[in-house]
Write a protein that binds this ligand. Structure first.
Ligand code: NAP
Length: 446
């Protein structure tokens, strides 16, 4: 019988776990994994902090469907949008599409001054130090000793850690050379993490919280208005209890004299970002929590900062042609089957990862998520209409004037990054500019 064809859009962890699950099914399915960037791995490459090297080793698992080449990688191909390959054209060539495009937009805070130069979303800052081609030119000003990071999730901790860490430790990571230069020239001394609730509510994972306490040359300063010394009711959640124990220990320590500090400021929300031509400070209001709700007390103070980063979670770009729930930043679905408002499935359309469930969970969470989606797809596959225009997708892309980067192209880019790393004592140094990525992938000199 003819083979089925499935396209996965997005080569991040969720898309690659879906590709692996399709392959593991043993069904006669040809799988193409498309990504708008010439490199695979999505958030592992561009979201996991550069100094979390062990966490990036999941790449060894994620690349398995490509080696040997059971699944095709088609990088540097944008689907949909004004200049992308039309989704309908893709749909016409496959039985099913799995959308795994994640949540790439920063959520706004909604306070005055948020649009000033020097006020950034976490995605922009993380993308910059991770060498994302869209953010090579961001170069945030690190010329002021104070930085505010808003949020109490792991992304806030990642950013605080990277900005406070000794830059010589960052030289051993994959950050691009201009990023390392920026960190080496940084005058940042005090990173203020603004947590809107109390120490018992933070969403950090305990290992990540512990890590900031172990940084060389960095003191963690807990600003809790004496709450922890007075005793805070332990939360039910085990991780939150572990966080609380650690924070209680830190709050009781005498002040240190390290050259840089990460301040954890509890029950504080930014209400205005100050500045004229750039950020010059942030006004912070003290909160109390009433029945789970954050309520401002009207008591305000101003922190002297030159950079504000909001790490308050992400939302997704709508997928053209699919329903979208703007409140959750997800595509409505039942177990991965995309559904319309009336609850009817959109034939052949599936979602997995953050675009399916929202921006939560660790990388491994995407595995079970993808397995669920693929199970739905496999159950539907025999009943889905055959592609209207069959034939290899890569041919259609080339006929549309595109020059996809295949797996061997990615391996050329990969080798170039490893080569660059050798000069700096790092496993790799990222090639960040899109043109340079494409040159390396297509075998031109960079
Ligand atoms: P997150 O864990 O959802 O944390 C978002 C934080 O922003 C919460 O503390 C939330 O506070 C706060 N927040 C939301 N709106 C706010 C507002 N208007 N003002 C002030 N604070 C506000 O999101 P994330 O840090 O972006 O991480 C996303 C996911 O990736 C998480 O599941 C995370 O664990 C994961 N991740 C894991 C790692 C790792 O394992 N090392 C690293 C990075 C990310 P409330 O709690 O009060 O709502």
């Amino acid at each position: 019988m003819d083979r089925y064809r499935v396209a996965v859009i997005g080569a991040g962890p969720s898309g690659l776990y879906a590709a692996a699950a399709l392959l593991a099914s043993g069904e006669p399915i040809d799988v193409d994994v498309l990504d708008r960037l010439p490199a695979p791995y999505g958030l592992v490459r561009y979201g996991v902090a550069p100094d979390h090297v062990k966490m990036k080793s999941v790449i060894r698992v994620l690349r398995q469907p490509f080696e040997p080449a059971h699944v095709a990688f088609l990088g540097g191909v944008r689907i949909g949008g004004a200049d992308g390959f039309p989704l309908e054209e893709l749909r016409a060539r496959v039985h099913a599409v799995v959308h795994a495009t994640g949540s790439s937009l920063d959520r706004p805070l909604g306070v005055p001054g948020e649009d000033l130069p020097g006020s950034h979303g976490s995605g922009a800052i993380v993308g910059w130090y991770s060498g994302h081609p869209d953010l090579v030119d961001l170069a945030p000003d690190l010329d002021h000793p104070g930085v505010a990071v808003v949020g109490a999730g792991n992304v806030a901790l990642d950013i605080a850690r990277v900005l406070a860490r000794d830059p010589e430790e960052m030289a051993a990571t994959d950050v691009p050379d201009p990023v390392l230069d920026g960190l080496r020239g940084s005058r940042v001394r005090d990173v203020h993490v603004l947590v809107r609730r109390g120490p018992e509510h933070v969403r950090f994972t305990p290992a990540e919280l512990r890590q900031i306490g172990e940084l060389a040359g960095v003191d963690v300063v807990v600003h809790d208005d004496g709450l922890l010394a007075a005793g805070v009711e332990p939360p039910e959640d085990r991780r939150q209890r572990q966080n609380l124990a650690l924070l209680t220990e830190w709050a009781a320590r005498p002040p240190g004299d390290a050259p840089r500090r990460i301040h954890l400021r509890f029950l504080r929300s930014p209400v205005e970002i100050l500045g004229d031509d750039r950020v010059r400070g942030v006004v912070v209001e003290r909160n109390r929590v009433e029945g789970g709700r954050v309520v401002g007390t009207g008591e305000r103070e101003t922190l002297d900062v030159g950079l504000v980063v909001r790490a308050i979670g992400y939302t997704a770009e709508p997928v053209p042609g699919l329903p979208f729930d703007a409140a959750t930043g997800t595509v409505p679905n039942v177990g991965g089957r995309v559904v319309r408002e009336d609850g009817e499935p959109v034939p052949g359309a599936y979602v997995t990862g953050w675009i399916k469930r929202g921006p939560t969970g660790v990388i491994g969470t995407n595995k079970g998520d993808a397995v669920e989606t693929v199970a739905a797809l496999l159950a539907d596959l025999p009943h889905l209409p055959a592609p209207a225009r069959p034939g290899p997708l890569v041919d259609a892309l080339r006929a549309g004037g595109l020059r996809p980067v295949d797996w061997s192209g990615w391996l050329r880019l990969d080798a170039e990054e490893v080569r660059r790393g050798g000069g700096r004592g790092a496993d790799r140094v990222k090639v960040a500019a899109l043109a340079d990525m494409l040159d390396a992938a297509h075998g031109a000199r960079t």
